[in-house]
Each structure stands twice: as C-alpha cells, then as structure tokens.
Design a protein around this ligand. Sequence first.
Ligand code: CA
Ligand code: CA
Length: 274
Amino acid sequence: MLAIRLHRRRRTALALATATVLAGLTVPAVTTTTATATTTAATTAGYDDAYYDGAAGKSGEALKDALHTIISDQTELSYSAVWDALKVTDQDPGNSSNVILLYSGISRSKSLNGGDTGDWNREHVWAKSHGDFGTSTGPGTDIHHLRAEDVRVNSIRGNKDFDDGGSGFTDGGGSLTDSDSFEPRDAVKGDVARMIFYMAVRYEGTDGWPDLEVNGQVDNGSNPYMGRLAVLKAWHQEDPPDAFEQRRNDVIHDSYQHNRNPFIDHPEWVESIW
Ligand SMILES: [Ca+2]
Ligand SMILES: [Ca+2]
C-alpha cells in the first residue's frame, strides 16, 4: 500500500525529493512497529489484567489492602503436597528431571528430595520461626516462598534475616552468610525480596495467622518480621523478574494456589507500598 502510494506520487511528477517522501513514510512505519511490540509484550504476560482490577489506581496502604484481598483468594496445599509442587515450579529449564536449588544454583535430581546429606528439601524463604507458623497448611505451605534447597545449605541459612555481607561456603553458589544474616547469590536476590514482599501482603493477621511484616532489623528472632527492608528493596531493583520467576508465578497460579505474587507482575508496586 505504501509502496503503491509512493509510486503514484512519483508518476505525478511533483518533483518531491525521494528522500523527503521516504522520510515522511518512515515515521508512521516506525511508530506502528513500536506499538505492535508493546502490545505483544503486554499480551504475553501470564495473567489477565482483570486479576488486579481491585488494585487499579491505588497506592500505599490502600494498594497493600487491595492486593491482600486479591491474593488471599487461593487454594492451600498440604505440606506433603509441597514436594510434588516444587518438582514442577522449580524445574530446571534445561533438564526436566531436575530442580534448581535456590541459593546454590545447583541442578539436582527431583528424586533426591528428602532429609539426608545430598538431598534437597523445602526451604522457607520467610523463615517459619519468624511468626512461628510451622508447617501446618497456611504460610508454612505457601509455595510462593517455598523453594528447593540443599539440606545443608538450608541449615546454613537457618532462620537468619537477609542483609548484605558475610563469607561464602561450600555449595553456596556465591551466597554469603555471617552471624546474623544471609545474602543470596546475585541471580536470586530479587526473587528472594519479592517472596518476602508477597508474604508481608498475603499475611495480615487474618485467617488465624500472624501479621507478617518487613522491617529494618536483622535480629528478628521469632517475631513475625523479616529484614532488612532497605536491602531487600535494593535487591528487588538490581535483579528484576526473569522468565524463570515469571513461569513459576504462572504455574503456581494456574496449577496450584490460583493466586499470584503481585511484585513479579508489577515490580513498581514495591516502591508504592514501601
Ligand atoms: Ca532473579
Ligand atoms: Ca502483613
């Protein structure tokens, strides 16, 4: 169509310089391409915007309240069902027989789930002692923050808060730890932060569970808090959601809990709430 129009203009011999005509045609062509790319990106997200209708136009506490209502509508898993769910959500994209261990970055056979040295087990990224919610169906079985991890590395992380600094350790994959905190490897720093933000919004003191909140401390012990907020916000910025994390959110929504982590879908909401 454009080519035909150009051809006709030439035939009318209006003495327009060819360069001028091409420039005039190029501008709308580029604009169209950009618009198409934007539309494609928006429609490949793993959720319908209708999921977040109740949060539209909100910010701060109002946004947090709206998101709490939205994501609290979920199916809950038993702790034993978590094993099989993690084999799907944490599957190695390069080897469907394996899972990727969160802090270690190691790919390990799905069949090695258990409690022995060399096995992987169910790591609570929001340490279950922070609020003492255990492994009854509820926050302790919420796979948005449950991840496959090497038994020994899981023990090294223990119930420490998150902060920068410390020393590396065997099979740590670059993760660090010191006496009072844990720093995950760079590739999952943002993933960890977004899991913590999800937990703080999902659990607001209803359903008989404690109100989990993020704070600025690294000595939270058994209080229902997790730190350190400023560091988690920085990690969220440094390590934005990638394909692995987005697929994981989709699988949890589509196949297991039927709720989403809003901070993977809308990273900008972290700054709005905190
Ligand atoms: Ca990441
Ligand atoms: Ca909360």
